[in-house]
Design a protein around this ligand. Structure first.
Ligand SMILES: [Mg+2]
Length: 194
């Protein structure tokens, strides 16, 4: 992403998931990973996705509004975000109580939905909202707004965020983000257009 002083901000709302998108955390008792964590937060070993601070700062410079939406609890999200961003710059932090629980009867499991109608109050049309998330099911009501990201599970060689920044810049410039085919964006060559 380029210097905000030399380029206007994208008039879009960028919404970021937390777990496996920006960080990976393991509670006490969960299996050890081959890599050491960067942080210890309460009883969590926390792995920061490589480049996450730079990514957050660039996103905040390039989009008029950036929020975080996670199905985790507020205490957890607050503690984790403290490690990666100046929280005062975020437009909002939405946690579990802003998610809707759904049940998949075939798989006999529950999951969380992020219903983007809950973002209506921020003054963006649906074609101006981008949601970065590793779990597409959570956006099943608004796939067109989803920028899926491969889940991060602690790998220090992960370079996804370095590619996501420029890709979001491309999406920030289009009229209607829902009209763009975004699936598998991380598999494309760098020179490919949106
Ligand atoms: Mg996630």
């Amino acid at each position: 992403m380029t210097d905000p002083a030399t380029k206007r901000r994208h008039a879009k709302l960028l919404v970021l998931d937390l777990d496996e998108t920006l960080i990976h955390a393991r509670a006490r008792g969960e299996a050890e990973l081959p890599w050491p964590p960067q942080r210890q937060v309460a009883h969590f070993r926390v792995y920061l996705r490589p480049g996450v601070r730079e990514f957050m700062n660039a996103a905040l410079d390039r989009f008029v509004a950036v929020g975080v939406w996670t199905s985790a609890t507020t205490d957890y999200a607050t503690a984790m975000l403290e490690r990666i961003v100046d929280r005062r710059r975020l437009r909002f932090i939405y946690c579990r109580e802003r998610c809707t629980q759904r049940r998949d009867v075939d798989l006999d499991e529950t999951y969380w939905i992020k219903d983007i109608r809950k973002l209506d109050g921020f003054g963006f049309d649906k074609h101006q909202i981008l949601v970065v998330d590793d779990k597409p099911r959570g956006l099943e009501r608004s796939y067109g707004n989803l920028v899926r990201i491969p889940p991060f599970e602690g790998d220090p060689e992960d370079r996804t965020l370095a590619r996501l920044g420029p890709y979001l810049d491309q999406l920030g410039a289009v009229e209607d983000v829902r009209a763009v085919e975004k699936r598998g964006w991380w598999l494309r060559d760098d020179e490919d257009d949106v």
